[in-house]
Design a protein around this ligand. Structure first.
Ligand code: FAS
Ligand code: PHB
Length: 389
């Protein structure tokens, strides 16, 4: 088989890139190691920057998002049983869309099907070759048969544990990492949201987040130790702990119910440089991971797709190389700003095991400064809604 762009990974970034390139008349093949059901079974991000919304609209997958998503013009932060609002609209005239990553992925799969996009599931042993030549190719096995795809470019949209980043020689690749000493225990429940907007809660017992997917589907998180075991947490234990950490007036009206999904996600900041090597480009979690405190993970993957789809169209349709030559530098500039913001939000809102009373006071002062300063709230707002592409 031959294609112009071979994309590894059918998560949101791989599917969106394939859709945008196909719309521009560029041939792609997406190789995914899991089944579609498995990919759609993952519960992940919930907040879309408006730049992501506009990119999805351009890809032709905005209808259900606008019909079922929630436009939010602000969010709440709370500490010591008091909350205050960050008014995105009032401060910077922008907003975000609350619409689950699972639904984004579902919409992208449907769009790929509608255009006859080639997405090969259960592709095992995917391996890029010849990345430093003008004739790269990718091999994989499906149903016991070995396959080869010759292409012009390979794009690694295969997440943190994928094969692409590992295909860059260790003499070339530089990685930057911070692993946080805690994780997020998340629960999905068929209950009405606790609040009309998200609440990020700093508490001496640990961080908590109240989020949602729609009017009858809520998403909650509490900080737990990095080595916590899921079996230690019954639903009731989760609800009791969440109530302790969020403002009392919200806790009093919290509607609880059985979890339909419950999982623990580790938190890390990770950036790999460069995001291009020869004919290979890295996109999304394949190149960077942020703690979900800033709601940046999915959105960063989308901004990588924004830069790369323009670069590949310029190269393959207009024979212009500037975009692909500058892709890594351009994408990393935005990645590092989002990495900084996600690290800052995480450091401000979580309880660190070795945290002393001085650190506690600094956190409380950071939040008090945000509450009292338009400039500080504006800075948070412009990062949260997404810096310009
Ligand atoms: P993905 O990881 O989504 O997709 C990669 C795809 O590649 C997968 O389908 C995988 O099966 C496939 N793949 C991997 N290796 C392969 C191989 N060798 N061959 C073929 N296919 C391969 N972000 C937020 O903004 N907010 C959140 O609350 C949030 N919560 C998260 C919770 C968890 C548990 C995780 C893991 C991530 C969370 N994220 C969150 C981040 C997440 O949303 C990612 O940023 C987003 O999925 C990135 O999309 P992709 O880069 O497309 O990678
Ligand atoms: C979510 O709804 O899953 C969510 C929202 C905001 C975050 C992280 C997760 O910062």
């Amino acid at each position: 088989m031959r294609t112009q762009v071979c994309i590894i990974g059918a998560g949101p970034s791989g599917l969106l890139l394939s859709q945008l390139l196909h719309q521009a008349g560029i041939d792609t093949v997406v190789l995914e190691r899991q089944t579609r059901e498995y990919v759609l079974g993952r519960i992940r991000a919930g907040v879309l920057e408006w730049g992501t919304v506009e990119l999805l609209e351009r890809a032709g997958v905005g209808a259900r998002m606008h019909a079922e998503g929630f436009v939010h013009t602000g969010t709440y932060l709370s500490a010591q049983n008091r909350g205050f609002r960050i008014d995105f609209d009032g401060l910077i005239g922008k907003k975000v869309m609350v619409y689950g990553q699972t639904e984004v992925t579902r919409d992208l799969f449907a769009a790929r099907d509608a255009m006859g996009g080639v997405v090969i599931h259960e592709a095992a042993g995917v391996q890029p070759h010849g990345l430093e030549t003008d004739a790269p190719f990718v091999t994989y096995t499906k149903d016991g048969t070995e396959h080869r795809i010759d292409c012009d470019y390979v794009v690694g949209c295969d997440g943190f544990h994928g094969v692409s980043r590992k295909s860059i020689p260790s003499s070339v690749l530089r990685t930057f990492e911070r692993v946080y000493p805690f994780g997020w225990l998340g629960i999905l429940s068929e209950t009405p949201p606790a609040h009309e907007e998200l609440i990020y809660a700093n508490h001496e017992r640990g961080f908590a987040l109240c989020s949602m997917r729609n009017d009858h589907l809520s998403r909650y998180y509490i900080q737990v130790p990095a080595d916590e075991k899921l079996e230690n947490w019954s639903d009731n234990a989760f609800w009791d702990e969440l109530r302790r950490r969020i403002p009392a007036d919200v806790a009093e009206t919290l509607v609880t119910g059985p979890s339909i999904e419950k999982s623990i996600a580790p938190l890390r900041s990770f950036v790999a440089e460069p995001m291009r090597w020869g004919r290979l480009f890295l996109v999304g979690d394949a190149a960077h991971i942020v703690p979900p405190t800033g709601a940046k993970g999915l959105n960063l993957a989308m901004s990588d797709v924004h830069y790369l789809h323009h670069a590949l169209i310029a190269r393959l349709k207009d024979n212009e190389d500037d975009g692909i030559e500058r892709y890594s530098e351009t994408a990393l500039a935005r990645v590092w700003k989002a990495t900084r913001f996600s690290w800052w939000m995480t450091t401000m809102l979580h309880r660190f095991p070795d945290q002393g009373v001085f650190d506690q006071r600094i956190q409380e002062t950071e939040l008090a400064y945000l509450e009292s300063s338009v400039a500080a709230r504006t800075a948070l707002a412009e990062n949260y809604v997404g810096l310009p592409f």
